[in-house]
Structures are given as C-alpha cells and as structure tokens.
Ligand binder design. Structure first.
Ligand code: MN
Length: 194
C-alpha cells in the first residue's frame, strides 16, 4: 500500500493574510490535516485491498466496505477530514479564479450570488459545535446547501462537494477567538471561485 501524503498548498501560508493568518494556515495544514492522513493510513494498513482507493470513493462506498465497524467510523472521520481539507485548500487562494459555470448554477438555484452567500453564511453562523457548511452537487446534478457535523463529507451520500467552509474552532480560533461571524465574513475574501 502507498501511504497517503500531505499535498503541499499551491500558495504560501501567509498568502491569505489578513483574512486568514499564516500561523493558523500552517498549523491547520501541517498538524490538523496531517493527523487525519496519519490516522487514515493507520486504519487502511489493515485493508490492503482498499488502501489505494481514492478517499472520495472510500467515503461514497463507506456503508458497503468490508471493514470492522470501529474502522468504518475511523474512515468516516479521518477519511472525511482528509477529503474535506483537500477541497478547502483548493478552493481558497490569494487570487480570484472565478468558476463561471458554478456562478451560473448558483444564480439559477439561489437567484444571485449575494443570496447564496447570505444563506451559506447564515448556516455557518448558526452551526452548533464542529462541522462544515457545504454547497454540493447531488446525484441528480442539482445544487444543495447544508451543514455536516464533525468531518462528515458530502461524499458519504454520493454528493460532490463544490464549496466547503471549515467551521471547527481550529480553523479560526488563533485570530478570531469566539468571533466566528467575523471569520466567516472574511473567508469570502479568500474563496477564489465566486
Ligand atoms: Mn480543519
């Protein structure tokens, strides 16, 4: 089995300043994300027949994987953590790279990007505990906006996540402490897609 490695970011840790600080980015990437990968590697060592599958496929097929139940939960948590953070780093950046198809789809579904941001922000602000807010594409090619707890991924229900916001405290606490609303508001400045 090939152990999964932490991919480097496409930008520097300080590239999202002042909205997300360099220390938070470095810790989040090299400690939090790395830990999800390490724990996923550890559980998959027991299952060489599935160890090299893309993490998104492991999550989409989670219910039918032939693994022990405690390991199924570990794959859900740490595989989810790995997949979620891969997307999170990818959709952020110092420069806007607008995805016009996504913008068009958002406008068709929500009326405007402003209305979409408003609904997304509202979910993020009200989310209780640790989790994520998602815009995902469902199996019928429709957009859905929802939250998940912990590291649960849209891939668990066969959805393709398009935009995800990490609202765990580790994503913002060093800079924003309890000011989650301010973190969410500023995060839109580093989302490069819309
Ligand atoms: Mn995180």
């Amino acid at each position: 089995m090939n152990k999964r490695l932490l991919p480097p970011l496409a930008y520097a840790y300080d590239a999202l300043e002042p909205y997300i600080d360099a220390q938070t980015m470095e810790l989040h990437h090299t400690k939090h994300h790395q830990t999800y990968i390490d724990k996923l590697n550890a559980v998959l060592e027991k299952y060489p027949e599935i160890a090299d599958e893309p993490v998104e496929e492991l999550l989409a097929e989670l219910d039918t994987l032939k693994v022990e139940e405690t390991d199924r939960l570990a794959i859900r948590n740490h595989g989810g953590g790995h997949a979620n953070h891969l997307l999170f780093w990818e959709i952020m950046g110092p420069n806007k790279v607008i995805d016009q198809k996504l913008v068009n789809d958002i406008n068709a579904k929500f009326g405007s990007t402003e209305e979409f941001k408003k609904q997304f922000t509202d979910l993020a602000t009200k989310l209780f505990g640790s989790g994520w807010v998602w815009l995902a594409r469902n199996r019928g090619d429709g957009l859905e906006l929802y939250t998940t707890a912990n590291q649960d991924s849209p891939w668990l229900k066969g959805h393709t996540p398009l935009i995800g916001l990490d609202v765990w405290e580790h994503a913002h606490y060093l800079k924003y402490q309890n000011r989650r609303a301010e973190y969410i508001e500023n995060w839109w400045q580093v989302l490069k897609l819309i």
